[in-house]
Design a protein around this ligand. Structure first.
Ligand code: NAD
Length: 504
């Protein structure tokens, strides 16, 4: 950053081989937050070769599990030590508020703590009875090998941590590539890793870092026969490209993609029962979509509300949406920040135009804020479209911005059908004070995470991932570690005999 080398390959920091750099823009005011090195495809190939050499050398995967677990714990300690620095970089880079960035760094820390425990507790071995007492049959887990880890811009370090923590814990080597829009926290984090690696004498080449355009570096990272596993988080189209490219080498791929997440509200939220009542439902409906200006893969962008309360409920949410305080994420008064870039705002604006042309009723937002203090940033007002239906592209496609669409239903079956009527399947929410109904509906919804009378939460110990075109594979939880492991069956005959099948 800012003249220091930013590519980390085979244990050495270096500049891009062609001297290329990229300006990283602070979306709150359009200023240059930092200048970073931009890798070439040749640099990316070197990073893959370094990870391959380090894995094949065998020293890292032979490291005792307890030591790998202790390393993860140490990384968690350093994350807390450097929390303010990392959170500030995240805010300057993404525009999210400092309060959110601090939560992100705490969440990253929890991920490392969780995998430290899980790796340490993992017996790594299952004994199988094959019916012959002379045979010792075991199924063991081994690291999958060289991993390419590609992250998006909305939760730069958090998404990367869901990959790096289990990959390290499993004994893999890796090449990390953050989004070219938001590389700053990952660069700082790899410096932190280097410090921990020195304490634990981790061999060179276990973690390598390149940053730059995915379109330019993609092939070097995903079409290489030296790569054993690609873990990707990002958009649907990129996930499809990577999956197709990786197929030539039959490289395993896990993709965490977009979402178009329904938030179903039943009329009985008026009650005082388990549903938490009217205010909680409205509050979660608001926060579920406008937190982080909608730039959340699991944002509740489709409000599906029972007809009998729809007018009043939507009016209440819209009234609060219009009062959200936007501003620079470094200002403690800001409740939400800008969109990540001018280009992304242009995409969101095009979706608003589309919604209007499709006949949806714009009831709030639909414009840039007029406050002169926000003029240089890529801000956009919280926007709500009522009277939407499934034929509209704004209801089907991920806008990844502060746009809420409202659909109405009259029966439980209709609510479920609407909730499932999406090519995605990442997350969904259900609000009701009738717990029997709540249980029926959450089971009927085809989404990777379903919240009943809550919205937006996750935990490091529970799997995260999508049904349908929201992806395949899972991150977090025990499955998030298993993705980085191969299973090997070892059949050991302690009293060898000839098979005797062939007579001559
Ligand atoms: P994106 O697909 O544009 O980019 C993601 C990453 O892929 C970036 O690092 C980019 O440089 C890289 N990339 C781009 N083209 C590539 C190629 N051909 N080969 C290899 N890498 C390539 O996504 P984005 O705009 O950064 O992120 C937003 C998307 O991420 C949204 O769709 C959002 O829903 C999704 N997301 C999903 C989850 C989840 O858990 N499912 C979490 C966060 C974000």
């Amino acid at each position: 950053m800012d003249g220091e080398p930013d590519l980390y390959i085979a244990g050495t920091w270096r500049h891009a081989s062609d001297g290329g750099t990229r300006d990283i823009i602070n979306p709150a005011d359009g200023s240059v937050a930092a200048v970073v090195d931009e890798a070439t495809p040749g640099d990316a190939r070197e990073a893959v070769a370094a990870a391959r050499a380090s894995f094949d050398d065998g020293a890292w995967r032979a490291t005792p599990i307890a030591e790998r677990a202790a390393l993860l714990d140490r990384i968690a300690d350093l994350l807390q030590r450097d929390k303010e620095e990392l959170a500030t970089l995240e805010t300057r880079d993404t525009g999210k508020t400092l309060a959110e960035s601090r939560i992100d760094i705490d969440d990253v820390t929890s991920v490392f703590r969780y995998y430290a425990k899980l790796v340490g507790a993992d017996g790594d071995c299952r004994v199988v009875d094959v019916g012959d007492p002379a045979v010792i049959s075991r199924v063991i887990r081994e690291p999958i090998g060289v991993c390419v880890l590609i992250a998006p811009w909305n939760y730069p370090l958090l998404q990367m941590s869901w990959k790096i923590a289990p990959a390290l814990g499993a004994g893999c080597t890796m090449v990390a590539k953050p989004s070219e829009v938001t590389p700053l926290s990952t660069i700082a984090f790899v410096h932190l890793l280097e410090e921990a690696f020195q304490e634990f004498a981790v061999p060179a080449g276990v973690v390598n870092l390149v940053q730059g355009s995915g379109a330019v570096l993609g092939e070097a990272l995903t079409a290489s026969a030296d790569v054993d596993f690609i873990s990707f988080t990002g958009g649907l189209a990129t996930g499809q490209t990577i999956s197709k490219t990786a197929a030539d080498n039959v490289t395993k791929v896990a993709v965490e993609l977009g979402g178009k997440n329904p938030h179903i509200v039943f009329a009985d939220v008026r009650g005082t029962g388990d549903g938490g009542g009217w205010d909680a439902a409205g509050d979660r409906g608001l926060t579920g979509v406008f937190l982080r200006s909608g730039q959340v893969c699991s944002a509740g962008t489709r409000l599906i509300v029972e007809e009998s309360i729809a007018d009043e409920f939507v009016a209440a949410v819209a009234a609060r949406a219009a009062k959200i305080t936007m501003g620079d994420g470094m200002n403690p008064a800001s409740e939400t920040g800008p969109l990540v870039s001018e280009q992304h705002r242009a995409k969101v604006e095009a979706y608003v135009e589309l919604g209007i042309s499709e006949g949806a009723t714009l009831i709030t937002g639909g414009a840039r804020p007029t406050d002169p203090a926000l003029a240089k940033g890529s801000f956009y007002l919280p926007t709500i479209f009522d009277r939407c239906d499934r034929s509209m592209r704004i209801v089907q496609e991920e806008t990844f911005g502060p746009i809420l669409t409202v659909e109405r239903f009259t029966t439980e079956a209709e609510a479920i059908a609407l909730g499932n009527d999406t090519e995605y399947g990442l997350a969904a929410g259900v609000r009701t004070s009738d717990m029997a109904r709540g249980e029926r509906v959450v089971r009927a919804l085809r989404h990777g995470t379903v919240w009943l009378n809550d919205f937006g939460y996750y935990t490091a110990s529970a799997e995260w991932g999508g049904f349908g075109k929201s992806g395949n594979g899972r991150e977090l939880g025990p499955t998030g570690l298993a993705e980085y492991q191969e299973m090997k069956h070892i059949w050991h005959n302690t009293a060898p005999t000839a098979a005797g099948w062939f007579k001559n």
